[in-house]
Design a binder for this molecule. Structure first.
Ligand code: 13P
Length: 257
């Protein structure tokens, strides 16, 4: 069977508490990626750790990502982190549209502007989409379609290949989630996302897109997702903070790709 290329992204969110712990965790991941073949790994730490971790990151298999980017290229914008700053910190990928930021009021319009800005600066983008509830009438498909339509509005064809889509159903994210989504549902949603990308761009773009799953991925359920050939990788929160569990997921990806 032809091997896939898999993408595994660690989203550390507001963790860990200290730079020392961030370094320790990052170093353990750096060791874990050494033996991997065909698996690209990104770690998205809090902004303040990026520069320090970039000194440790010296392998093409392990790259740094940012958990967001400013709408602005620089100037008088208190508290903002510009794309140029992220470049200088060694970042290659940026998460945009995460549900935890949408929850804080980030609009699709802002997400759209951020995507265009990030692409302009040469970053790869992980666009996060996903519904709050899984209703019986399939309304959640409409929610995801609308997010994709609005977030990708006016994004040039030539740049779309630098965007990965992470499907993260909100009900499956975080400590309050009862469980992850099922691989079967994820396959269905992947097909649906490709259908929307076909409408927005082309069949080639739709088939070429990288679609990741996120939401309570752990060392126990990763295998069932990876056994589906449609799974191209994960965006992982909690389990990426545990060096042992994350390593286990990476090993599974290496074996089952
Ligand atoms: P958990 O893996 O902790 O559910 O978080 C998922 C997520 O939001 C990754 O971006």
């Amino acid at each position: 069977m032809k091997k896939r290329k898999l993408t595994i992204i660690a989203n550390w969110k507001a963790n860990p508490d200290t730079l020392g712990n961030a370094r320790t965790l990052f170093r353990s991941i750096k060791i874990a990626v050494k033996k991997l073949v065909g698996v690209e790994v990104f770690v998205c730490p809090p902004f303040v750790y990026l520069h320090e971790l970039s000194k440790i990151s010296k392998t093409h298999k392990l790259s740094l990502g940012a958990q967001g980017v400013s709408l602005f290229e620089g100037g008088a914008h208190t508290g903002e982190i510009s794309p140029a700053m992220l470049s200088s910190a060694g970042v290659s990928v940026i998460l945009i549209g995460h549900s935890e930021q949408r929850e804080q009021g980030e609009s699709d319009k802002n997400i759209n502007e951020k995507i265009k800005l990030a692409l302009k600066y040469g970053f790869r983008v992980v666009l996060c989409v996903g519904e709050k509830v899984r209703d019986r009438d399939g309304e959640y498909f409409r929610v995801v379609k609308e997010q994709l339509q609005k977030d990708l509005k006016g994004v040039a064809r030539g740049r779309v290949e630098n965007i990965m889509i992470a499907y993260e159903p909100i009900w499956a994210i975080g400590a309050h989630a009862k469980h992850a989504d099922t691989p079967e549902n994820f396959v269905e949603m992947s097909i649906f996302i490709r259908k929307v990308l076909n409408e927005l761009y082309s069949k080639q773009h739709a088939l070429g897109a990288t679609i990741l799953y996120g939401g309570s991925v752990n060392d126990k359920n990763a295998e069932s997702f990876l056994l589906c050939r449609e799974t191209q990788g994960f965006l992982i929160g909690r389990a990426s903070l545990d060096g042992g569990k994350f390593k286990e997921i990476l090993t599974l990806a290496h074996i089952l790709r």
